[in-house]
Design a protein. Structure first.
Length: 227
C-alpha cells in the first residue's frame, strides 16, 4: 500500500522522530470483540518502515501490539510472528520500525489489547525495504611517504550521504576487514593512513554512510605494498 498525499508531511516527521513505545506487555488470551486493525498504510525506506492505521474508537482498547516476521526461504507458507513493540496508548495511530535492514522482506501484523486480552491478528502487511546505497566509485591508494598511505575516492552522488567509513585488511589469506576511520562530509574524498606497517601489503575499501546511519555497499578494494 502507498501513503496518500494528505499525510505526507506528517509522515516525514514520524520517520525522523517515531512514536514512543514500550516493550511487550503481557496479555492472556484472545478477545474477538476487540477491534482488529486491517487498514494499514505503509511508507518504506532503506532501514526503516513507517505504519499508519485508523484511530481506535473502542474505549476498551488500551494500546496496540506490533508483530513482525521474516519470510521463510524454504518456500513455506507459514511465518512465525514475534512481538516487537507494544504501544501503550490507544490514541496512537503510527509506528516506525528502525531495526531492519535494506533490501529485505518483512511481514507485519497488529493487534489491539485491553487489560488482559488482545484482538485477533489483523491483516498481514508485506514489506520490502529499499536497496542499499550504491558503492563509492574510483577508490585509489597511493604511498605518499614512507609508511604513509593516501586513500582517495569519488564523492558519493547521493545527497543523503553524510560521510564515509574506511576499512583495511592485510591482503591475501582470510584476514577480515577492520574498521580504520570515519570521514565526515559527503564531499570529503580522502583519508591519510599513518598506521600501516612497513613491509606489509594492505587492501582498503570505502563505505558511504547516510545521515541516519545507513551504510552503502562496500567499494571495490584497492591494494598496495607499504614501504
Amino acid at each position: 500500500m502507498t501513503l496518500t498525499t494528505f499525510g505526507a508531511a506528517l509522515w516525514m516527521m514520524f520517520l525522523t522522530s517515531g512514536c514512543n513505545s514500550l516493550q511487550s506487555l503481557v496479555t492472556i488470551g484472545v478477545d474477538r470483540s476487540l477491534p482488529v486493525i486491517r487498514d494499514v498504510k505503509v511508507l518504506v525506506e532503506k532501514s526503516s518502515v513507517g505504519f499508519e492505521w485508523p484511530a481506535i474508537q473502542n474505549p476498551k482498547v488500551k494500546g496496540i501490539n506490533v508483530y513482525r516476521a521474516i519470510p521463510s526461504t524454504d518456500g513455506g507458507t507459514k511465518q512465525k510472528f514475534y512481538k516487537i513493540a507494544t504501544i501503550a496508548d490507544h490514541f496512537a495511530t503510527h509506528y516506525v520500525d528502525r531495526s531492519i535492514r535494506p533490501n529485505q522482506r518483512y511481514y507485519y501484523t497488529f493487534t489491539t489489547y485491553d487489560l488482559l486480552h488482545e484482538s485477533p491478528h489483523g491483516t498481514v502487511v508485506k514489506v520490502r525495504t529499499s536497496s542499499p546505497y550504491k558503492p563509492v566509485a574510483f577508490v585509489k591508494v597511493y604511498l605518499r611517504d614512507s609508511g604513509v598511505v593516501k586513500v582517495l575516492w569519488k564523492p558519493h552522488p547521493n545527497p543523503r550521504i553524510a560521510g564515509y567509513v574506511i576499512q583495511r585488511r592485510l591482503a591475501g589469506g582470510e584476514n577480515k576487514w577492520r574498521y580504520l576511520a570515519s570521514v565526515k562530509g559527503r564531499l570529503m574524498p580522502e583519508y591519510i593512513d599513518v598506521s600501516a606497517a612497513k613491509g606489509y601489503r594492505y587492501s582498503y575499501r570505502v563505505i558511504a554512510r547516510s545521515s541516519d546511519g545507513v551504510l552503502s555497499v562496500a567499494s571495490q578494494p584497492a591494494t598496495l605494498m607499504v614501504r
